[in-house]
Design a protein around this ligand. Structure first.
Ligand code: GDP
Ligand code: MG
Length: 297
């Protein structure tokens, strides 16, 4: 039997259930989640392996809907994710009616000329008649390659989704070795989230290449405890990071905690230290210690 491998982009409005779906898919099989280091966006890469396939999912979490508008950031994330993928899951909250933002996302998808599945999520909240009505409404929007009703939360119809997905994946070798990234995965995700907040909140006044090292990471019952050190190479950068009376640092902690709480669904206890180490970027041996593998950048 041939091996199938490909990239799948999860696209949809905030709250549609993209992250829930990714988590459900990954839990059901040997799975890897890792952040892809990027400065303009934070893409979660989730890898689903089976005996004869490897699907690499790209999710773009952490977008906030401002008012009822579709944020620019989200449009941007969607447009950067789409060109890389073989298939798009257009995920919708099955209880909602299609709106202008969905149409806008579909326009973006259409311009990329990709295969698209309509994933009607949250069917656990619909009765049969409602489900049929909703499917008809949404199916009208676009010539979808497949329409798959699911409940990401209840793991309903996910097996079928993966089966159908396989039909649309190209034949090829796996992109990732089965066991790559399994070590330190959680470390990478968490330090990347902190790094992203720093870059964002300092208006890019500190270089993207700062390292965030996790000194301690503990998953306790209902609580995540993180102690992290940010390594910069100049005193001035340390000043910017800490801010007047520690305000900037506190804001970084706050924003990172919000995102971590959303990701892991637990209370977050995050402590942050800033350390100056001149020219650390040149010290190759330190790069590995700080969790950077230049071959993966
Ligand atoms: P995202 O913004 O698209 O990543 O959406 P999330 O995965 O964060 O989910 C948003 C909310 O919808 C969360 O409260 C989920 O628990 C909920 N949700 C996701 N999938 C389902 C589902 O299948 N059924 C129900 N009832 N709720 C769901
Ligand atoms: Mg999400």
């Amino acid at each position: 039997m041939s091996f199938k491998s490909g990239y799948i982009g999860l696209v949809g409005l905030p709250n549609a259930g993209k992250s829930t779906l990714l988590n459900t898919i990954l839990k059901s099989k040997v799975a890897i989640v890792s952040p892809k280091a990027q400065t303009t966006r934070h893409v979660i890469v989730g890898i689903h392996n089976s005996e004869n396939s490897q699907f690499v999912f790209l999710d773009t979490p952490g977008f906030h809907q401002v008012g009822d508008g579709l944020s620019k950031q989200m449009v941007k994330a969607t447009t950067v994710t789409i060109p890389d993928v073989d298939l798009i899951y257009f995920i919708v909250d099955g209880k909602r009616k299609p709106g202008q933002h969905d149409k806008r996302l579909l326009t973006l998808i259409e311009s990329a000329n990709k295969k698209v599945f309509l994933i009607l999520n949250k069917i656990d909240q619909l009765n049969k008649e409602e489900l049929l009505n909703q499917l008809t409404l949404w199916a009208d929007l676009h010539q979808f390659n497949e329409i798959v009703p699911i409940s990401a939360l209840n793991n309903d119809n996910i097996d079928r989704l993966l089966q159908v997905t396989s039909n649309y994946m190209p034949e090829g070798h796996p992109f990732y070795l089965n066991d790559t990234l399994t070590t330190q995965t959680e470390h990478m995700i968490i330090s990347e989230i902190i790094r992203e907040k720093i870059i964002h909140l300092t208006n890019q006044e500190v270089p993207h290449s700062i390292a965030v090292v996790l000194d301690e990471l503990e998953f306790l019952e209902n609580r995540l405890k993180v102690m992290a050190t940010v390594v910069v190479d100049r005193d001035s950068q340390k000043g910017i990071l800490i801010g007047k009376a520690g305000q900037k640092k506190n804001e970084i902690i706050k924003q990172a905690s919000i995102e971590l709480r959303r990701l892991y669904q637990v209370k977050v206890n995050l402590q942050l230290f800033v350390k100056v180490e001149k020219n650390w970027r040149n010290k190759q041996s330190r790069l590995t210690e700080y969790g950077y593998d230049p071959s993966k950048q």
